[in-house]
Design a protein around this ligand. Structure first.
Ligand code: DGJ
Length: 741
C-alpha cells in the first residue's frame, strides 16, 4: 500500500495490491480524476488518461475532462460537487491546488462517525488542499486507502479562509467521473416492511438519483449505490460501490452526459440544505466509502462487510458474540404485566435464549401509541417494582435484560410536551403534522440532547440494562428549529443528526457495556452512520420468513451479518398473514443476529422443542452466522424468484452453512444442484442437514464431498418433492459443511 506524489507530472497515485486511485493537478490548478479501478504499476505516469485541460466548455475541446471535485459556473455543465454562495451572491467557484499532506493512518472527522484504523500501518491518507481565491473558500479533500481492502474512504472539509461569510449550498462527500456509461445502477429501494429490495436500472442519458429528505436515511432508499457491468455476476466482473456514512438526508446521483461519461456524486442532500460559514469556520461533510471490485458484487459486499464490521463499528460489542434474544413486542404489544413478562422470560430461558428485551410500553401512561413518549419513567401499574425489580428477576433466571427507548420523540399527551412544547419540531404559526401520534424533538438543540442524556442515564442506571433498542418511528415534518436564526434554518437537518450522534456518543461513553441496537420503524435508518454506534440494527418490522429473504439479501449488499437483527415470530405472520413452518422462519433468521419476537408460553410442547433445537444450533454455529463470510448464491430477485440460496463460510473455509429456500413446491421437479463458493477446493467436507430427518437426501448429502466438486458440480438438492423436509410450500434446508482431515 502506498500513496505517491509525482511533482513532475503532478499526479497522486493511491495504490494497494487490488486497486489504484489516481488524481492529477491540471494546468489551471483544478483536480482531474484519472482512474479508480484495478491496481496499476507504480512507477509510470498516467497523466495521458485525462485528455486535454479543463478551461470550460470541455465538450468543445474533445473528451470531457474528468474532474475530481467539480464546481459550477466556469463551463462544466455537469452537476457540481460543491456550490458556495459568496457574500456578493455569486456561486462561481474555481478551486485550485494549494498543497497536500500524506500520512500513515487515518484521522477522525469531527462530530461525525467514520471508518478508522487501529494501527497506522492499516491505511494511508492523502489530504489535498484547494482554494478559491476570490471567495476565500478553502477545501480539504481527504482520501484514505486501506491496506488489504479495495476501499478508498473520502471526506471533505470546507473552511472559510476569507473575510466575508459564505453560504454552502451543496457539499458532496465524493464525486467520481467515469470514462464510460456501460453500467447498471444497483441500489436498494423499498418502504416500511419491505426495505432494501435490490433495484437495477441501465444508465441512461440524464440524471438518476436516490435520496432522502425525511431527516433520516429512510426506508425508501439506502445511502448506498453500486455500478456494475451488465455481465457482472456475484462472483465475477467489475463493480464500483458508493456508501455514505450518514443517517440523515442524502443524495446519491449518477449523471450520464452526451459524451458518454458518467458522474457519480454522493453526500448530504442539497435540497433544503444550506450552511452559513463565517470567516474562520469549517464545515465537515460525512465520509463516503468507495469500493472497486473486479470479482463481482460478492467481493464488493465482502469489502464493505469487513470494513464496517471491523473498522466502523466501535465499542465493547464490536467483536463480541451477540446474545440470542427474545423481544416481547409481537408477543404482547403494549399489553403486559411484570408477571406476564416473567412467564415469557422463564420459558425463553428454558429454551436457551440469553437476553430478554422489554419493548415499547414500559413508561409513562403508555398503553397504546397515542401518548407518553418523552416521559421516561416507569409505569408502576405494569411494573410495580420498577425496572430494577423486573431486571433483577430476569437476571435471577439466568438471562440478561434489555430495554426499548425512543429518545428523539415526544407525544402531545406527555408531561415532557406540557413542560417543553417548544422542543417539538415545528414552524411557529403552522400546525404540526403528527406521525404515529407523535412529534419529533429538536435534536439540533444542545439542551434537548442534554435533557435526554440526563433522563436516559437515570433509566439505564436504575436497573441492570445490558442492551438498548433505540427506535425512531416517524420522519420529520415542518423542519424548523426555534433555536436557529432565519438564515441558519438550512442547517437544521444536519444539526439534527449531529445531535443524534452526540447523544449516542455520550450514552456509549457513559454505559460502555451496553449493546445498542438501532431501529427506525424497522429498517428506516439502517445505515453506516448508525452502525458506528449501534453494531446491530433491526432489519425490518417484517418478520415473515419469505419477505425476509429479499430484505436480508438486499441488506447484505452493503451490510454484514453482524449488523442484521433477524427474529422468528408467530404465525400467521403479523405483517402479511402468511403461515410458514417454524424451521423455515429460523433457517432465514439464523443468517444474522438471531432472536425471537413472540410469546413462547403459547407454543405447543413440540414447538418449544423446535425452538430449543434452533437456539442450540444457532449457538453452536454463532460465529459463522454472525461473522462468517456471507456468500449470495441464488437471488430472490432473479428469474421467478422461487428459490433463494446463500451461505456463510469460516475465514479458513473449513466450515460453512448453506441456506436453501424454496417458496412454492412444484410437482415433478428436476434434479436440483447448487454450486457453492468460497470453499477450499482441496478439502473434503462432510455434509449434514438441519433440521435432521434421516430422509434419503440427508443420507446422500452426508457423503463426504470435495470442495472442488461442491463448487464446480454443486450440492445435490434432491430430485423429489416427496421428502418430508421439502414437501409443501415455504421450505428451507440448511446444509452444514465441515472439512475433515
Ligand atoms: C417499531 C419497531 O420497529 C418495532 O420493533 C417496535 O419496537 C415498535 N416500533 C414499538 O413501538
Amino acid at each position: 500500500m502506498s500513496i505517491d506524489w509525482n511533482p513532475e507530472t503532478k499526479e497522486f497515485h493511491l495504490r494497494n495490491d487490488r486497486i489504484s486511485y489516481l488524481v492529477r493537478v491540471l494546468e489551471n490548478g483544478a483536480l482531474g480524476g484519472l482512474h479508480f479501478g484495478p491496481a496499476l504499476a507504480r512507477e509510470r505516469s498516467y497523466r495521458h488518461l485525462s485528455q486535454g485541460e479543463f478551461h470550460g466548455f470541455s465538450n468543445r475541446l474533445g473528451d470531457p475532462v474528468a474532474l475530481e471535485y467539480p464546481t459550477g459556473g466556469t463551463g462544466d455543465y455537469r452537476v457540481p460537487a460543491l456550490t458556495i454562495e459568496a457574500a456578493d451572491g455569486s456561486t462561481v467557484l474555481e478551486l485550485a491546488y494549494v498543497g497536500h499532506r500524506i500520512w500513515p493512518g487515518k484521522a477522525p472527522i469531527p462530530g461525525l462517525p467514520s471508518t478508522y484504523v487501529e494501527r497506522d500501518d492499516e491505511a494511508d491518507t492523502l489530504e489535498i488542499v484547494c482554494a478559491d481565491t476570490a471567495s476565500g473558500a478553502e477545501v480539504r479533500l481527504s482520501y484514505t486507502i486501506f491496506c488489504d481492502l479495495p476501499v478508498v474512504a473520502r471526506s471533505v472539509r470546507v473552511r472559510n479562509a476569507g473575510t466575508e461569510p459564505l453560504r454552502l449550498l451543496c457539499v458532496m462527500s465524493a464525486s467520481l467521473d467515469l470514462p464510460d456509461t456501460d453500467w447498471d445502477l444497483v441500489h436498494l429501494a423499498g418502504t416500511w416492511a419491505r426495505e432494501r429490495h435490490v433495484t437495477i436500472d441501465r444508465l441512461q442519458p440524464g440524471r438518476r438519483s436516490i435520496s432522502s429528505f425525511r431527516g433520516a436515511s429512510g426506508h425508501e432508499h439506502n445511502p448506498f449505490l453500486a455500478l456494475r457491468r451488465a455481465w457482472t455476476t456475484e462472483a465475477a466482473g467489475e463493480a464500483v460501490g458508493f456508501s455514505l456514512v450518514y443517517s440523515g438526508n442524502f443524495l446519491g446521483e449518477v449523471e450520464v452526459d452526451p459524451f458518454g461519461t458518467a458522474r457519480v456524486r454522493l453526500g448530504i442532500a442539497p435540497e433544503g440544505f444550506s450552511w452559513r460559514l463565517d470567516p474562520g469556520a469549517e464545515f465537515a461533510a460525512p465520509e463516503a466509502v468507495l469500493v472497486y471490485s473486479d470479482a463481482g458484487l460478492g467481493w464488493l459486499s465482502e469489502a464493505y462487510h469487513r470494513l464496517y464490521r471491523e473498522r466502523l463499528a466501535r465499542g465493547a460489542w464490536r467483536d463480541r458474540p451477540r446474545p440470542v434474544l427474545i423481544n416481547n413486542w409481537e408477543g404482547t404489544y403494549f399489553d403486559f404485566t411484570e408477571e406476564k413478562l416473567l412467564e415469557i422470560a422463564s420459558v425463553a430461558h428454558d429454551l436457551g435464549i440469553e437476553l430478554f428485551v422489554l419493548d415499547d410500553g414500559w413508561f409513562g401512561e403508555r398503553n397504546d401509541d397515542t401518548r407518553s413518549l418523552g416521559d421516561w419513567f416507569v409505569n408502576r401499574r405494569k411494573l410495580p417494582g420498577g425496572l430494577n425489580q423486573l431486571a433483577r428477576r430476569i437476571e435471577a433466571l439466568g438471562m440478561a435484560f434489555g430495554l426499548w427507548i425512543e429518545p428523539e420523540m415526544v407525544s402531545q399527551r406527555s408531561r415532557l410536551f406540557v413542560e417543553h412544547p417548544d422542543w417539538a419540531i415545528g414552524v411557529p404559526g403552522r400546525p404540526r403534522t403528527e406521525g404515529r401520534n407523535q412529534y419529533v424533538l429538536d435534536m439540533s438543540r444542545p439542551e434537548v440532547v442534554d435533557h435526554l442524556f440526563a433522563v436516559l442515564s437515570d433509566v439505564l442506571r436504575s436497573a441492570p440494562v445490558s442492551y438498548v433498542k433505540w427506535d425512531m418511528n416517524r420522519n420529520i415534518t415542518e423542519p424548523y428549529s426555534l433555536a436557529l436564526p432565519p438564515d441558519r434554518q438550512g442547517e437544521f437537518f444536519h444539526r439534527y443528526i449531529l445531535g443524534v450522534y452526540s447523544l449516542y456518543e455520550r450514552l456509549m461513553a457513559a454505559f460502555p457495556a451496553i449493546l445498542f441496537e438501532s431501529c427506525a420503524g424497522g429498517g428506516g435508518r439502517f445505515d453506516p452512520g448508525l452502525l458506528a454506534f449501534a453494531p446491530q440494527a433491526w432489519t425490518s418490522d417484517d418478520t415473515d420468513a419469505i419477505e425476509r429473504l429479499k430484505i436480508q439479501w438486499g441488506t447484505s449488499l452493503c451490510y454484514p451479518l453482524s449488523s442484521m437483527a433477524a427474529h422468528v415470530s408467530a404465525v400467521p405472520n403479523h405483517q402479511v398473514g402468511r403461515v410458514t413452518p417454524l424451521a423455515t422462519r429460523a433457517a432465514v433468521a439464523f443468517f444474522g443476529v438471531f432472536g425471537y419476537e413472540l410469546d413462547p408460553t403459547t407454543m405447543s410442547a413440540e414447538e418449544r422443542r423446535g425452538v430449543a433445537d434452533q437456539v442450540g444450533f444457532y449457538k453452536k454455529h454463532r460465529h459463522l452466522f454472525q461473522r462468517g463470510r456471507f456468500v449470495r448464491l441464488r437471488s430472490p430477485f432473479e428469474g421467478d424468484g422461487n428459490e433463494t440460496a446463500w451461505m456463510t463460510v469460516a475465514a479458513d473455509s473449513r466450515q460453512a452453512i448453506v441456506g436453501h429456500y424454496r417458496i412454492l413446491n412444484r410437482p415433478s421437479p428436476g434434479p436440483g444442484r447448487l454450486r457453492l463458493r468460497a470453499l477450499d477446493p482441496n478439502a473434503s467436507y462432510r455434509v449434514s442437514l438441519w433440521p435432521a430427518t434421516g430422509d434419503p437426501i440427508e443420507q446422500a448429502g452426508a457423503l463426504v464431498r470435495g470442495g472442488d466438486e461442491l463448487m464446480n458440480v454443486g450440492l445435490f438438492l434432491g430430485a423429489t418433492g416427496d421428502s418430508p423436509v421439502i414437501r409443501g410450500d415455504f421450505a428451507a434446508r440448511l446444509f452444514i459443511l465441515e472439512a475433515i482431515g
